[in-house]
Write a protein that binds this ligand. Structure first.
Ligand SMILES: [Zn+2]
Ligand SMILES: [Zn+2]
Length: 307
């Protein structure tokens, strides 16, 4: 195995974002986790343009997040059912739900309560290390590159328009906005991992001036990051994440692990994620805050719906 070295941007995160880093894709996924399966239901619940829905669902089938199941319903129709690969995004969705609940935002189409069927408690999912079972917070993981020369492939930069379009909705769709944008999430993750100046971010992410400054502006306006003068050089700005920004971490790591499991290819994941405090690379999961057992989609039911 090649020598390991630290990497600020895990390869699997950008791979995952290339598959689901799109606002509509995320909205469709959230609907699926609430039980929606039919085209007409996606369309009416999301208010999504028909052609956009056709294109997104087609792409999601190609990416093997869904399979089409024929059902008899007056005439023959097809339902969009999550594949195991799609279901495996549940941790990420729980991370989104957890964030919104914690910060008192009112997201559309997210359940107001989640109940862990096997223990009967209403839950707030907790993100923990599988090995030491300790709760995992921003910056407590390290990434070692197994293939140091693997090129980090950033998401397409076509999303400025989407950012602008979604900025107005950002207050109640914040996590969807930043995950859906792709770049915003990569910038946030890099800052959490202590890449804190404009030049360093630009170098690490291979991102243009314009794309980076749009994202920094957006993340600041959403109160996910702060900009401070350096104490040693007043001309230098240092970025830091706010507690709200740091709390996106479980979403980031869940997405990254999903990429490791499903998009890594024959050689396995390009990076090893380690829990710094216990040294384990076993991975990180969402558990019930009452019984500490791992949360699976089929074992969680929903209370009332928000939005
Ligand atoms: Zn641990
Ligand atoms: Zn439980």
């Amino acid at each position: 195995m090649p020598r390991s070295e630290a990497r600020d941007v895990p390869i699997s995160l950008s791979k995952s974002l290339s598959v689901i880093g799109d606002p509509w894709t995320l909205h469709i996924l959230k609907e699926s986790f609430l039980g929606t399966r039919r085209f007409q239901d996606f369309q009416s619940r999301l208010g999504i343009p028909r052609q956009t829905l056709i294109l997104r669902l087609r792409q999601m089938v190609i990416n093997q997040l869904y399979y089409k199941k024929p059902v008899q319903h007056r005439r023959l129709i097809f339902e969009y059912r999550l594949t195991p690969k799609g279901v495996d995004l549940y941790s990420m969705i729980l991370g989104v739900w957890r964030w919104h609940k914690h910060w008192h935002q009112t997201p559309h189409h997210l359940p107001e309560q989640l109940i862990h069927t096997s223990c009967g408690h209403q839950i707030t999912p907790e993100f923990v290390c599988r090995s030491c079972t300790g709760s995992v917070k921003a910056g407590e993981l390290s990434f070692a590159a197994r293939f140091p020369n693997t090129k980090f492939a950033p998401p397409a930069t076509r999303r400025t328009r989407i950012v602008n379009q979604y900025q107005s909705k950002a207050a109640n769709e914040m996590v969807t906005v930043i995950v859906g944008d792709g770049w915003s999430l990569l910038v946030l993750n890099a800052i959490i991992n202590r890449v804190i100046t404009f030049d360093a971010l630009q170098k690490t992410l291979g991102i243009s001036n314009n794309v980076l400054s749009t994202r920094i502006k957006m993340l600041s306006s959403l109160n996910l990051l702060t900009q401070n003068q350096s104490t040693t050089d007043k001309r230098m700005i240092h970025y830091d994440t706010t507690p709200m920004g740091k709390d996106v971490y479980p979403v980031i790591v869940s997405l990254l692990q999903w990429g490791d499991r499903w998009l890594a290819g024959n050689n396995g994941p390009a990076d090893l994620i380690k829990h710094k405090s216990c040294g384990s690379i076993e991975g990180f999961v969402m558990v019930c805050d009452h019984c500490n057992r791992r949360l699976y989609m089929e074992d969680v039911r929903q209370g009332r719906l928000m939005g």
